[in-house]
Design a protein. Structure first.
Length: 295
């Protein structure tokens, strides 16, 4: 079975490029790597005070939702967050509870937001992971910066990237499914919509009328409705916690649901996957699943 393992193993050191490709990337297996980022200045420097000093008044993109779920199914819509432009120090005031808000704030814009919006911080990490870049023969497509409240949750989904997820402070809680669980994971098409703030400060959901419907997973793996989705009982979720100073290798096409401790800081590197036999296998599994659903 593609990528299946009983638990997420630990490596006590970063592997060589060849070892990593042979043992983890090629068989599509996740692992948690220790001592891979221990030399990063960010591990000691990235306190709230330091971030205020270095980034401070700069206006950045912040995802804002009423419930902590950005890019998730809600009220039969695929609802994306309000993307608010705000001074970074104002966001930190909310995170540090100096200012109260009924809403949930999360710096989670991808598209390489670390290099695009937070270039002042790049020198405290690395522009790429050298042994991964050598293993894959390419540089990362994106390097992303994540910082948010504990109420911010990432709904179950998959990506077409080889993902190295590095936790700087706090911890991230991942629930994972191998690609071979695809037949047990429901997908449906949803009207895309966006949260928008009304004049009274409440949120309304506004449809993106011209956009195509979005395939997304309606199921909450932490509290699955097995009456509605009985097939999910056959799935094999793995759970792991990635702590400060650790790196998770999350292989391409693995489904993942993510929670975090309050104020968790992380950086991840997305390397585009190879569209090889592994991808063809997944496509076959996906099409067979859809065909069975029609019968």
């Amino acid at each position: 079975e593609l990528g299946f393992t009983e638990s997420v193993p630990y490596l006590d050191r970063p592997p060589s490029p060849l070892e990593f490709y042979r043992e983890w990337v090629s068989p599509n297996k996740p692992c948690i790597i220790q001592n891979a980022i221990s030399h990063w200045p960010a591990l000691k420097k990235w306190t709230s005070a330091y971030l205020r000093e270095v980034v401070g008044p700069k206006v950045v993109s912040v995802a804002v939702t009423p419930n902590g779920y950005a890019d998730a199914v809600f009220q039969d819509r695929f609802v994306m967050p309000e993307e608010r432009q705000m001074p970074f120090m104002d966001f930190l005031d909310i995170l540090d509870k100096k200012v109260t808000s009924p809403n949930v704030f999360y710096v989670q814009k991808q598209c390489s937001n670390l290099t695009e919006e937070f270039p002042e911080l790049v020198c405290d990490v690395e522009p790429d992971i050298p042994w991964m870049s050598e293993a894959l023969g390419k540089k990362p497509d994106a390097v992303n910066f994540w910082l948010g409240e504990s109420a911010a949750v990432t709904s179950l989904h998959k990506d077409h990237y080889e993902n190295l997820y590095c936790v700087i402070s706090g911890e991230k809680h991942f629930l994972l499914h191998p690609p071979s669980d695809r037949p047990f994971i429901p997908y449906e098409l949803y009207q895309p919509a966006t949260y928008q703030v009304s004049e009274d400060g409440s949120f309304e959901i506004v449809d993106e009328k011209s956009a195509d419907k979005v395939p997304w997973i309606p199921l909450d793996p932490l509290n699955p409705n097995l009456e509605q989705y009985p097939e999910y009982a056959q799935a094999k979720p793995l759970q792991c916690t990635v702590k400060a100073g650790e790196m998770l290798y999350l292989p391409s096409l693995w489904f993942h649901h993510v929670q975090q401790s309050h104020g968790c800081v992380a950086v991840n590197y997305w390397y585009d996957m190879e569209y090889d036999l592994k991808y063809s296998y997944y496509q076959l599994l996906d099409h067979l699943t859809r065909a069975v659903e029609v019968l």
